[in-house]
Design a protein around this ligand. Structure first.
Ligand code: NAD
Ligand SMILES: O=CCC[C@H](NC(=O)CCC(=O)O)C(=O)O
Length: 490
């Protein structure tokens, strides 16, 4: 039975039964059991026992294992993409880009480690100053369901490269992708205990996050869960906590020469991955003038004919299903709630089948709600439109959020972008580009309730190791000049 991977062994979970359902076809793709508290304990103990040995290996030795994993990812690219597509409902074209991003992570992490957590040495009048980085020890990695391969991998690769051992808990909605990925690690020859897998939902998460023998936790998920973890870790300032969380991301559009190009970037920002990216545009600010009306007409027309369908459909859909039929129903309820609160539906969201996660994009004009617009992340293809009079008002409303992950401006005016860049509060700020699709070669993180100032991607090297600064000399010697009042020669 392959539910859990602890100390190099595949084990059956001893806690509650779990079933992972393909949201496009409403059929189970994986059945298993969650880890019991004792099994979480065993995973942490295995990681602890393996930690000193893994930390003592050279980077070259660690790289050998990591490179074998990447080679296996490339070899099994299509099979893993199919598994991601089936378990999440995202189209195959997109699942393929997810596996490619996983394979690309190692080279970027090596470069990032060299630049941000590398070895530095300089001469001192007596001896030398040396900067080294040490792994924390045992870290937990928590993954979300929307990128079940790429986002946990974005913590695991740099953590292992730095010499940490890891206990990974994937989302309870995507256990199968985690199992398939761990099989590749096993085949790559990851030493027993260095990387462990425990399955389960919040109870398993709590058992792991509160484990006394963890040195740190790297989390990607909702702000709600991240906030709980932050409270737990507040009592342990010595443990490292990296939180990558959600957003209520604004996109401001001004009148531009190419209306279709603007619509393209809005659609790509709001609806890619069926709106299930942390960076997706949730609030679109549109000028209150005739050009704004024309933009919205075109946006509605293009969005209404976005192809929505199963992951393996030919031709491929733009969007697949959201993660579950329940998530689809929740999005419909959110859409309905906005209308009840005074919003005007521009494009009604529809659930194509109550047993699946297929929903069509929804667009609601929420201008009338004003300050009463809830500052919430609706994690799906639901775009809220706010009409604005002048840019200052748009910027003020764009910043009226507790989050601060991504933000964008569509404008042909460079001075306007300078103003936007200066005024907007977010960790990812784009100009005339979609606000989704961030590069792994840049830092990735947000401010406010979107993160805790420990950006991931290129900056993951920072939270995977701590710096050790040394002053060193080959032998002890009396300084040429002694401190005042110190006499060795009387
Ligand atoms: N900033 C980023 O990099 C980023 C990337 C992807 C997704 N996200 C965010 O993630 C969310 C979607 O993912 P999700 O729904 O899987 O997130 P989630 O917070 O529900 O779950 C994330 C992980 O935390 C675990 N968990 C849940 N409750 C827990 C608890 N009480 N204690 C310990 N662990 C617990 C889950 O089992 C899962 O492994 C969205 O809000 C999205 O914006 C952020
Ligand atoms: O859902 C959240 C992630 C969205 C994605 N961001 C990245 O892939 C960041 C790069 C990395 O972690 O390597 C996006 O911006 O679309």
């Amino acid at each position: 039975m392959s539910d859990l991977y602890i100390d190099g062994q595949w084990l059956a979970g001893e806690a509650e039964a779990m079933t992972s359902v393909d949201p496009a076809r409403n059929r189970p793709v994986w059945n298993g059991h969650a880890a019991s508290a004792a099994q979480v304990d065993a995973a942490v103990a295995a990681a602890r026992a393996a930690a000193p040995g893994w930390a003592r290996t050279s980077r070259a030795q660690r790289l050998e294992v990591l490179e074998r994993f990447v080679a296996l990812l490339k070899q099994h690219h299509e099979a893993l993409a199919a598994c991601i597509a089936e378990e999440t409902g995202k189209p195959l074209w997109e699942a393929r880009t997810e596996v490619s991003a996983m394979a690309g992570k190692l080279a970027i992490s090596v470069q990032a480690q060299d630049e941000r957590a590398g070895h530095k040495q300089s001469d001192l009048p007596a001896g030398r100053a040396v900067l080294r980085h040490r792994p924390h020890g045992v870290v937990a990695v928590f993954g979300p369901y929307n990128f079940p391969g790429h986002l946990p991998n974005g913590h695991i690769i740099p953590a292992l490269l730095a010499g940490n051992s890891v206990v990974f808990k994937p989302s309870e909605l995507t256990p199968w992708v985690a199992v398939q990925t761990l099989k590749l690690w096993d085949e790559a020859g990851i030493p027993a205990g260095v990387l462990n897998l425990v399955q389960g939902a919040a109870a398993t998460g709590k058992a792991l996050a509160t484990h006394a023998d963890l040195d740190g936790l790297f989390f990607t998920g909702s702000s709600r869960t991240g906030g709980l973890l932050h409270e737990q870790f507040a009592a342990h300032p010595g443990k490292i906590l990296a939180l990558e969380m959600g957003g209520n991301n604004p996109l401001i559009v001004e009148q531009v020469a190419d209306l279709d190009a603007a619509v393209h970037d809005i659609v790509q920002s709001a609806f890619v991955t069926a709106g299930q990216r942390c960076t997706c545009a949730r609030r679109l600010f549109v000028p209150q003038e005739a050009w704004g009306d024309a933009l919205l007409d075109r946006l509605v027309a293009i969005s209404a004919r976005l192809r929505v369908g199963p992951p393996d459909a030919d031709p491929q859909p733009f969007m697949g299903a959201v993660i579950s039929a329940a998530a689809a129903a929740g999005l419909l309820a959110a859409h309905e709630g906005l209308i009840k609160a005074g919003g005007q539906s521009l494009l009604a969201m529809r659930q194509l089948d109550p047993n699946t996660g297929f929903v069509t994009p929804g667009i609601v004009d929420v201008t009338a709600l004003g300050d009463a617009l809830p500052d919430e992340e609706h994690f799906g293809p639901l775009l809220k439109v706010v009409r604005y009079g002048d840019f200052d008002a748009a910027l003020r409303m764009a910043n009226a959020t507790r989050f601060g992950l991504s933000a964008g401006l569509i404008s042909d005016d460079a001075e306007r972008y300078a103003e936007f860049l200066h005024g907007i509060r977010a960790g990812i700020v784009n100009w005339n580009r979609p606000i989704t699709g961030a590069a792994s070669s840049a830092p990735f993180g947000g401010i406010g309730d979107s993160g805790n100032h420990r950006a991931s991607a290129y900056y993951a090297a920072d939270y995977c190791a701590y710096p050790v600064a040394s002053m060193e000399a080959e032998r002890v010697s009396l300084p040429a000049t002694l401190s005042p009042g110190l006499d060795f020669f009387a």
